[in-house]
Design a protein around this ligand. Sequence first.
Ligand SMILES: *Cc1c(COP(=O)(O)O)cnc(C)c1O
Length: 442
Amino acid sequence: MTTPVPRTPLAPLDPGQLLDLDRDHVWHPYAPMPGTTRPLLVESAAGVRLTLAEPVHGRSELIDGMSSWWAAVHGYAHPVIDAAIRDQLGRMSHVMFGGLTHEPAIRLARTLVEITPEPLRHVFFADSGSVSVEVAMKMCLQYWRSRGRGAKRRLLTWRGGYHGDTWHPMSVCDPEGGMHQLWEGALAEQVFADAPPREFEPAYVEHLDELLSRHADEVAAVIVEPIVQNAGGMRFHSPRYLSALRELTTKHDVLLVFDEIATGFGRTGELFAADHAGVSPDVLCVGKALTGGYLTMAATLCTERVAAGIASGDVPVLAHGPTFMGNPLAAAAANASLGLLLDGDWRADVKRIESHLTTGLAPARTLPGVRDVRVLGAIGVIQLDHEVHIPTATRTAIEHGVWLRPFRDLIYTMPPYISTTADLTQITTAAIAAATPTQPIT
Ligand SMILES: *Cc1c(COP(=O)(O)O)cnc(C)c1O
């Protein structure tokens, strides 16, 4: 006879009890344990709105101005994606990908190859953005190893970037601005260029050229976020740097990786940020909005040259295989989400959001303490000349019925593409209110 494991019955719990348990047991992103700030308890979400389990600062519904970190481009509970997942659930929710395959993943790979820049041709499915960056790095290092140039195992990037929180991606995140500086000495030491200026400056290209020629023998790849550096500081840069990087990496025999996990699928006004410059990387990472924000999935794409290079080595395989690789439910969600995107008018939606954010955020320029206001595609940023007082700014946005998650000196939004004019007005009003100096609350 087995003895049942003792367990406290867990129902019913009111919101206060749930949040107490959350504080005691549940670790949240970039948070201490136990938690010191109370998260909002979300009960459901539909369209652009999150419904809270209990009203907070007078609001029980909030417009999600963050698209759940760039992901929920079609909003929540979209009938088409919901139906696609239910339909897939009726067949199978998962099977291993080693030795087995299935239609949702095959269709998704084919769509990704079709819509990403030529000549990307092969797709490795990963279970999160960070893992897809790990895979991209492994591909690049192994490419050179297979070609007899195993000394090429460092990466070159520019400062101000963000590529994920797992170990090797941390080594190419901004070495100063983020939280990863904690690990200086423990992380692989990569080669860092200065952060890219916003406008095109030939001197910056010379700087990249100089670094690449100095380190060409030991650098496997350059990895950057094209056009928008997101979690490293929401900085924008000229597409001409991408063309320059393409030329320089070719010249110095270095691979080029674009991390489009945040910028992919229309967010910057082109389907991929690389399209602003009409250049194609050797390796491309996508994630976040891939499944419309429904399930965790990312992908690493590469060219035939990279795959063939790897295959030419004494170890011809890519030794990577996540347990949940190619998950059918996630692939079905991604197929439905990409269908909505490509059959719909994402370009018009993003343009409409861009012009609305441009007008709506403009008044922030004259606020005291505001350093810069910038908009690109469906991304709007208010940068202060000091750190945001996050509890106050978050609370102010909530009082205006909007969920924003500022960081460092930035109050920013990337709304779902389905946001209406009224939703966008509410978001920009909330962002401006959050940027307006007030007495800090404690
Ligand atoms: C979010 C992000 C990642 C990491 O993706 P996860 O799914 O959070 O692991 C990597 N690179 C960029 C550019 C991102 O925005």
